[in-house]
Ligand binder design. Structure first.
Ligand SMILES: [Fe+2]
Length: 160
């Protein structure tokens, strides 16, 4: 590793002109919250169809409605533009960021559907349990993969 390198990436100035420097603490805290929510959704999926905790579904719906959008807003308004402005930003990095933004869009649409289903479960309304379990698993597995990818490939650009 060259002098001044950080975790394999060339050291960057603390700030780039006109860009808010992303905070590693904010990114890690947001990812930790999202992974905790994934665990909640997995617990709910495992509890279908007979042991659903309705209050837990309402809490998960409330968290899901805000957390995903808030996390994506920070990444897309602060972190990704900062990465795009780095001198070392190249075509592969820019195409990774495009792919991640598309995954954000897909997951936000998916999250809106999940919020509706969670509210139905919370109210005790009938839902297709098999489809609901499948939907939950598709969402939290995709979120976990997305977060693991960002941790492995992007977070090391930010100085602690
Ligand atoms: Fe993301």
């Amino acid at each position: 590793m060259r002098t001044g390198d950080f975790m394999g990436h060339p050291a960057q100035p603390a700030g780039l002109p006109g860009r808010e420097t992303p905070s590693l603490a904010v990114m890690l805290s947001s990812q930790t919250e999202q992974l905790a929510l994934c665990r909640e959704l997995e617990d709910i999926a495992d509890s279908l169809p007979a042991s659903v905790n309705r209050q837990k579904c309402i809490f998960a719906a409330q968290a899901l409605a805000t957390l995903v959008k808030r996390s994506h807003a920070y990444e897309e308004d602060v972190f990704f533009p900062w990465l795009e402005a780095l001198s070392e930003a190249d075509a592969p990095l820019l195409s990774i960021l495009e792919r991640l933004k598309f995954e954000h869009f897909e997951d936000e649409c998916y999250a809106e559907e999940l919020v509706e289903v969670l509210m139905k479960l919370g109210r005790g309304d009938p839902v297709n349990m098999e489809a609901t379990g499948y939907m939950f698993r598709g969402f939290f597995e995709a979120r976990r993969r997305h977060i693991a990818f960002e941790r492995d490939h992007l977070l090391s650009y930010i100085r602690p």
